[in-house]
Design a protein around this ligand. Sequence first.
Ligand SMILES: C[S@@+](CC[C@H](N)C(=O)[O-])C[C@H]1O[C@@H](n2cnc3c(N)ncnc32)[C@H](O)[C@@H]1O
Length: 182
Amino acid sequence: MSLLLWSLLVLEIVVFVLFYIFLIDLIVIGHDFATTGPAINRLAEIIERHGKQDGIFFDLGSSRGVLVFRLQSRCLQLTSTGVDGSAFRIFLSRIMFLWPGRRATFLKADVLDVDISRADVVYMYLGTWMMAGLEEKLRHEMKPGAIAVTNTQFLPTWEPAQTVIVHPEKPEFEKMFVYIQT
Ligand SMILES: C[S@@+](CC[C@H](N)C(=O)[O-])C[C@H]1O[C@@H](n2cnc3c(N)ncnc32)[C@H](O)[C@@H]1O
């Protein structure tokens, strides 16, 4: 068999294996709705309005790193860390950040276990059931002046400093809540 045929066969096997890992990851770890482009633009505006565009950004529950990648196109000076419980999603994030000129750190961990004390901005697009635990963590660990932004869900007892409607035609979809640590 020629080298070309061997290469095609190997490529086919790699794609096949990755596809099945992708499916198993979705079934085992669960959904990973991604923040949409308009919401990423609003997040960038929030970051800029609060003067954090050259700060330290954490995406708690970063999935395959797409939000971190796209946000960096808007906020070039951000130092970003993505955290996800899925080893496969973290692997794909690291692959994407092999892109020339791109740098970010990706950690496979539970979002409740990472140290966010250096963060200037913490972003979360996570399930309702996680909000109480996250609120306690954010209040405990974030430094004064740091901001937390939640997408769709809100922190149960913390009054947001700002609420941002991303899609006026569908106001509840991707509504964002901004919290400022005192
Ligand atoms: C809805 S997706 C959000 C992806 C990305 N942040 C975005 O906005 O496009 C949520 C991600 O959080 C991850 N996740 C959920 N609970 C987690 C936990 N306790 N620790 C770490 N990651 C978690 C899931 O694996 C999933 O990839």
